[in-house]
Design a protein around this ligand. Structure first.
Ligand code: UD1
Ligand code: CA
Length: 458
C-alpha cells in the first residue's frame, strides 16, 4: 500500500483572463465545473485528504463534496499565497500533492504515477512537466547539471525573460508532489513578483538548501492542458468531449456525427444506443440501452429507460419508460412521466403529468397536470385547461379512453375508464366510465343562405 498523501487544490485565483463574473474554476467542462474534475482525479489517485483553496464568498466551496476540507485564501495573491492559506488545514507532514484547479483533464492515474515517482526518487519536490504543449505563458523548467530542476521561469509576463528561457519547451503544468516540511519551510522565504507570491519561487530555495528537486515528464498532452482564458476552455472542453464520446463508443454506444454531439460528464448510456447528429445530453440524465436519440434533440436532467426513441425533441426533467417514442418535435417539461411503450408525437407538450403505458398522444396537444391511464388514445389537438388564472388543477383520464379531436378538459375534471369524448368538446363535467361526453353547440344549417346573400349584392 502506498503511503497516504494529502492533496491541495488551488482554486482561489482571480481568473481575470476569463473576463467573467463566474470564478474560473466553476466554469464547466462537459457540464461539470473544472474544480470538480480535479477533485475527482485526486480521489481516483487515492488521496487520503483533499483540501480545496477558495476565496471567501466566491461560491466555489458550495458545490464540493463533504469529504473535501475548504481553506480560505483571505490574504495575498498568487499560488504561493494560496498554499500558505492551506498550511493549517492540510495538517500535512508527509507527502503533499498540489494540483491546479484550472487543469481539469489531469487524470488520477497520472497523479498516482507522480506520487510513486516522488517516493521512488526520495526528492524534496517532484514537478510534473511536459514538452507536448505550446509553452506560451507557462512556467519553463530550467534544469541544471545532472538533470535536477534549478528553477522555474515564469513567462506569463515576458518582459525581462531571457531568450534562452523562452526557447525552453519543457513546462510546469502546476502539479507537484512535495515533502511537506520542505514546501512550507521554503515558501516562507519566497518574496513577491508582479504583486504575487509565486509557488514556483520555492524551487531555488529548496535547491539552495541542498535538497533535490526532480521532474517527471508526461507525454499526455490532454492531461496537461490548462485553462487561463476562454479559448483554452474551448480547447479543453472539446478534448474532454471527444474523450468522453470515445469512451461511450468503446462501451457499445454508436455515435454518429460526433462533432455535433454533446454529452455531459457522468451521463450513463446503455449499450446499443445510437446517438445521431445534433444531440445534447445534459446534467443528471441517464439513458438506457438500445435507444435511438436524435437527430437534433436536447435532453436535460431526465431518465430514459431501454429502447426509447427521441427524435427532434426537447426533454427537461422527464422520466421515460422502456419502449416509449417521442417526437418529432415533442416538448417534455419537468414532471412528465411517460409510461412503457407510450407515444408522444408531433408538437405535443407534456408537463407534470403521468402518461400510462401504451397510451398515445400523437398530435398537437398540451397535457399539463394530468394523469392518463393505460392504453388511452388522445385525439389531435387536445388541451388540458389546467390553470384558472390563480391555481393549477388536475385532469384525470382513465384507461382505454378515446378522446376525439379538439377536446378541451377544463380542470379539475375526470374522464372514466373506457369513455369517449366528441370532437370539439369542452369538457367541464366528469364523464362516467364508458360514456360519451359531448359538449358543443348543435350545428344549425341556414337554408338558402347563399341565395339570400345574392339578392343584396355588395
Ligand atoms: C501557474 C504556474 C506556472 C505553470 C502554470 C500551469 C505559478 C507562479 N505559475 O501559472 O509555472 O506553468 O500555472 O498552468 O504558480 N490560484 C489561487 N490563488 C491565487 C492565484 C492562483 O488559488 O492567488 C489558483 C488558480 O485558481 C489556478 C492556479 O492557482 O487554479 C494557477 O493559477 P494561475 O494564475 O492560473 O497561474 P498561471 O499563471 O497559469
Ligand atoms: Ca493557469
Amino acid at each position: 500500500m502506498p503511503e497516504p498523501f494529502t492533496v491541495l487544490v488551488m482554486a482561489a485565483g482571480r481568473g481575470t483572463r476569463m473576463h467573467s463574473e463566474l470564478p474560473k474554476v466553476l466554469h464547466p467542462v462537459c457540464g461539470k465545473p473544472m474544480v470538480e474534475w480535479v477533485i475527482d482525479a485526486a480521489c481516483d489517485a487515492g488521496a487520503g485528504h483533499v483540501v480545496c483553496i477558495t476565496r471567501p464568498g466566491d461560491g466555489v466551496a458550495e458545490g464540493l463534496p463533504d469529504t473535501v476540507t475548504v481553506a480560505e485564501q483571505t490574504e495575498g495573491e498568487g499560488t504561493g499565497a494560496a498554499i500558505l492559506a492551506a498550511r493549517e488545514a492540510s495538517g500535512a507532514v508527509g507527502t503533499v500533492v498540489i494540483l491546479s484547479g484550472d487543469h481539469p483533464l489531469l487524470s488520477g492515474e497520472l497523479i498516482a504515477e507522480l506520487v510513486a515517482r516522488h517516493g521512488h526518487e526520495g526528492a524534496a519536490a517532484t514537478i510534473l512537466t511536459t514538452e507536448e504543449l505550446d509553452p506560451t505563458g507557462y512556467g519553463r523548467i530550467v534544469r541544471g547539471a545532472g538533470g535536477a530542476v534549478e528553477r522555474i521561469v515564469e513567462t506569463k509576463h515576458t518582459e525581462g525573460v531571457r531568450p534562452e528561457h523562452l526557447a525552453l519547451r519543457e513546462i510546469n503544468i502546476g502539479t507537484y508532489a512535495f515533502h511537506a516540511p520542505d514546501l512550507f519551510g521554503a515558501l516562507e522565504e519566497v518574496g513577491t513578483e508582479h504583486g504575487e507570491r509565486y509557488l514556483t519561487g520555492v524551487f531555488p530555495v529548496i535547491s539552495a538548501a541542498g535538497r533535490r528537486v526532480a521532474a517527471y515528464a508526461t507525454s499526455d498532452p490532454s492531461s496537461a492542458m490548462g485553462v487561463n482564458d476562454r479559448a483554452d476552455l474551448m480547447a479543453v472542453d472539446s478534448r474532454a468531449q471527444r474523450r468522453l464520446l470515445e469512451r461511450h463508443a468503446r462501451n457499445g454506444v454508436t455515435v454518429m456525427g460526433a462533432d455535433s454531439i454533446r454529452v455531459d460528464a457522468d451521463v450513463p448510456i446503455g449499450q446499443d444506443t445510437t446517438l445521431w447528429p445534433g444531440v445534447t445530453i445534459r446534467g443528471r440524465t441517464s439513458v438506457g440501452s438500445s435507444c435511438e436519440i436524435g437527430p437534433h434533440s436536447t435532453i436535460s436532467d431526465s431518465v430514459l429507460g431501454n429502447g426509447v426513441a427521441v427524435r427532434h425533441s426537447f426533454l427537461d426533467g422527464a422520466v421515460v419508460q422502456d419502449g416509449a417514442t417521442l417526437g418529432p418535435f415533442a416538448y417534455l417539461r419537468p414532471g412528465a412521466r411517460i409510461g412503457q411503450g407510450a407515444k408522444i408525437g408531433a408538437f405535443v407538450e407534456v408537463k407534470n403529468s403521468e402518461i400510462g403505458a401504451g397510451t398515445k398522444v400523437p398530435h398537437l396537444s398540451y397535457i399539463g397536470d394530468a394523469d392518463i391511464g393505460e392504453n388511452t388514445n388522445i385525439g389531435a389537438g387536445n388541451i388540458t385547461a389546467n390553470y384558472d388564472g390563480q391555481n393549477k388543477h388536475r385532469t384525470t383520464i382513465g384507461r382505454g379512453v378515446k378522446t376525439s379531436v379538439d377536446t378541451a378538459f377544463v380542470a379539475p375534471v375526470r374522464v372514466g375508464d373506457g369513455a369517449y369524448t366528441g370532437a370539439g368538446s369542452v369538457i367541464t363535467e366528469d364523464v362516467p366510465d364508458g360514456a360519451l361526453g359531448m359538449a358543443r353547440t348543435r350545428q344549425i344549417n341556414i337554408e338558402g343562405y347563399a341565395q339570400r346573400k345574392g339578392e343584396k349584392p355588395e
